[in-house]
Ligand binder design. Structure first.
Ligand code: BG6
Ligand code: MG
Length: 215
């Protein structure tokens, strides 16, 4: 049994409920382009980078655009998203998160963020949790999107631990795959159906205990 030295957390949908704001901003863009975008379609965007998300959205709507126009639309979506999260505070933290992070710190287990979002630091600051993290790896540091393991491997490196000493928390299918590809134990947050590839699944971090980190 390998002792667990670090936990790496995805942000959107694990620590904070921002998925609804991403969805509202993408749906607004879809409607402006003349098609509808369902919550079911939105599942495909979870954990996926901003530009990859736009490409999926355009594919759903059957819309083809050049790169310059895509840059413009990705920026527009982000402006709306940033506006939607502008009033965000600690009330948006998902159940059990602060308690579990505190438990880890007290147990001497290191904590990193492993998120695709370029808005991660802003969000962690707004919800008052930024000080809890020993390392923050986000969309501004990585060149390969989940399911590539880059984001999690970089987190382990920043913390000075081996991949097999880390546990990853993820709510997205692509994120679970990224953790598996990194050689890390992964706990899914959400439904067992969507996250069936994870080693363990909990409904929220409120269910987490230190014992559950052991493989
Ligand atoms: C991920 C979200 O965490 O970050 C995706 O699950 C989002 O929905 C991605 O597209 C990129 O986020 P941002 O804030 O850089 O547009
Ligand atoms: Mg997520």
């Amino acid at each position: 049994m390998t002792p667990i030295k670090a936990c790496i957390f995805d942000l959107d949908g694990v620590i904070v409920d921002t998925a609804k704001f991403h969805y509202l901003a993408w749906r607004r863009l879809a409607q402006e382009l003349g098609f509808d975008f369902s919550e079911e379609d939105n599942e495909r965007l979870k954990g996926v980078s901003r530009m990859d998300s736009l490409n999926i959205l355009l594919e759903i709507g059957g819309v083809e655009l050049d790169d310059a126009k895509k840059e413009e639309l990705a920026q527009k979506k982000n402006d709306w998203y940033v506006e939607l999260i502008s009033d965000m505070d600690e009330s948006e933290i998902l159940p059990g998160t602060t308690e579990f992070l505190t438990m880890l710190r007290e147990a001497g287990i290191k904590i990193s963020l492993g998120s695709a979002s370029k808005n991660a630091r802003t969000i962690l600051t707004k919800i008052g949790l930024i000080e809890m993290f020993d390392a923050i790896v986000d969309g501004t540091h990585i060149s390969k999107a989940k399911p590539d393991p880059e984001v999690f491997l970089l987190g382990a490196k920043e913390l000075g631990v081996e991949p097999n000493e880390c546990v990853v928390f993820e709510d997205a299918f692509a994120g679970v795959e990224a953790a598996i590809n990194a050689g890390m134990y992964v706990i899914g947050i959400g439904s067992k159906e969507t996250l069936h590839r994870a080693n363990d699944v909990v409904a929220s971090l409120a269910e987490m205990t230190l014992d559950r980190l052991v493989k």
